[in-house]
Design a protein around this ligand. Sequence first.
Ligand code: ATP
Ligand code: MN
Length: 487
Amino acid sequence: MFNKRTKIKDVLVLTPESQEVTVMGWVRSFRNNQFIAINDGSTNSNLQIVAELGRFDDELLKRITTSASLKVTGTLVSSLGKGQKMDLQASSIEVLGDSDAERYPIQLRNKPTLEYLRENAHLRFRTNTFGAVFRVRHALAFAVHKFFNDKGFVYMHTPIITASDAEGAGEMFRVTTLPLDKTPTTPDNVIDFKQDFFGRSTHLTVSGQLEGELGATAFGEIYTFGPTFRAENSNTARHLAEFWMIEPEMAFYDLEDNMNLAEEFIQYLIRYAMENNRDDLDFLAQRLAEEEKQLPQDKRGEMGLIEKLEFVINNSFERLTYTEAITILKESNHNKKKKFQFPITGWGMDLQSEHERYLVEKHFKKPVILHNYPAAIKAFYMRQNEDARPAEGLGQTVAAMDILAPGIGEIVGGSQREERLDKLEARMKEMNIPSDELWWYLDTRRFGTVPHAGFGLGFERMVQFVTGMTNIRDVIAFPRTPGSAEF
Ligand code: ATP
Ligand code: MN
C-alpha cells in the first residue's frame, strides 16, 4: 500500500520514542542542506525532518526545493533544536514531485501580499494564512450541519436554477441555452423563452428561502446550505457574486424565536472553531495583530481576534428596533458633526453600512440585532406589524431583523414571514410581484398556514468574522467578483 502515512497533525501529538513514522507533504523550507520543514495541510505546524549530513545523495538533496512533494520515512526523536518538540530523523526520502524553485510563484521570503496571493489562488492554500483560513472554513461548515442536525432540522437542497424572479430581479444571472447571436423572438419582437431549455426564463438562485418555506411547512424546521449568486456590481470587501448561504426556516417561530436561534447559532459556530481550531485561530490572531500595526491608531480593533471571539460568545447581542436605532444615530455626535457620508435623514431611510458599523463598533461595541424595519425598505414576504403611526411620522413596520457584526456589518438578514394570505397578496400587489408565478408559494398559506420565520447567514461573512480576514475574497477558495472569475 502506497499511502501508509501519518498526518503531521497526528505526528505532532506523539511522544517521540524512536518509533518509525512515514509522512508525506510539501517542502516549506530547507536549511543547511539538512533541515526540511514539511507541511501536509493537516495543521499549520510543520514537521522538521533531519536529513543527516552524508546520508543522502547530493542529487536527491538538490531536488528538495520549496513546494516539492516528499515521502519521508524515519524515526521520531526529541528535538535538540529550539522551536520544535520533535524531529523526524529520515531513513528514506523520496521526491514524489519536483518543484522548480525559481519559478514557484510564492516566495515566502518576499512576504507576498494578500492581493498577490489572490492572483495565485491556486497555490495560496500552501501558505500558513490560507491553510488556517480554509481549515477554519471547513470546521465552520461542519459545525453548521452539526448544530442543525443536533436540533432535528432537515437539511434541504433547494434548487440552483430557478424560474421565480420575485426577489432581486436586477441582481440575477440568467441561465440560458439560447444562442446569443440568434435569439428567437416572438411576433412582437421580444425574446422567446418558450424555445429556451426550460421553456421559460431562468436564473441562478439568489436565495433558497421561498423553497425553504415549503419545507418548513411540512418538516417543521429545515435549513439550506448552498451557493447563491448575485450579479450586484458592488466591488466591496464583503460582497461576492457567488457566495454560500445558510438559510434555516422554521414553522411555529415568531420573530423573537428567530432572533434567539440566530444568536445561539452564531455563538455556537464561534465556540466550535475555538474548541477545534485553536492553533489556526491563534495564528490568525497574530497575523491580524501584525496587520493592524500598520494601521493608524484609530483604525485598529480594540480587541485582538481571540478576545473578540470570546467576547461574542460570552455576551448577549444588543437588540433594538430600527426606530430606536434611527434615534441613536440621529442624536450621535458623529451625525451632528456631519461625519456620515449619508446623513441621517430620519425614519424610513435605509441604513448604510457606515451607520450599521457606527452602531456596532462605536455605540454598542458588540453585535447588534436590529428589528422591526419600515415595510417600505424590506421584502414582500415579511410579516406586517400592526403599528402604523402616521401622526408621528412613523409608517408601517415589518417583523424583520438584521444581525450586525463588528468589522463586518450585516451578517444575518431574516424575518417572521407573512402567513396571512390576504395580507401577503395585498402586499405583493402593492409591490408589483406577480402572484400567478408564485402560486406554489401562496399555496402554503392556503393549506394549513402557520406562523413561521427564518433567516439567511452569509457563510463567507461568518468566516471573515471568525478568521479576522478583512477581505471576503480571502475566505472563499475561488472568489467570483465583477470582472474576475479566474481558476
Ligand atoms: P448587503 O446589504 O450587505 O448587500 P443584503 O441585505 O443584500 O446584504 P440578504 O439579501 O439579507 O443581504 O442576504 C442574507 C445574508 O447573505 C446577508 O446578511 C449577508 O451575510 C449575505 N450576503 C448578501 N449578499 C452577499 C454577497 N454579495 N456576498 C456575500 N455575502 C452576501
Ligand atoms: Mn445586497
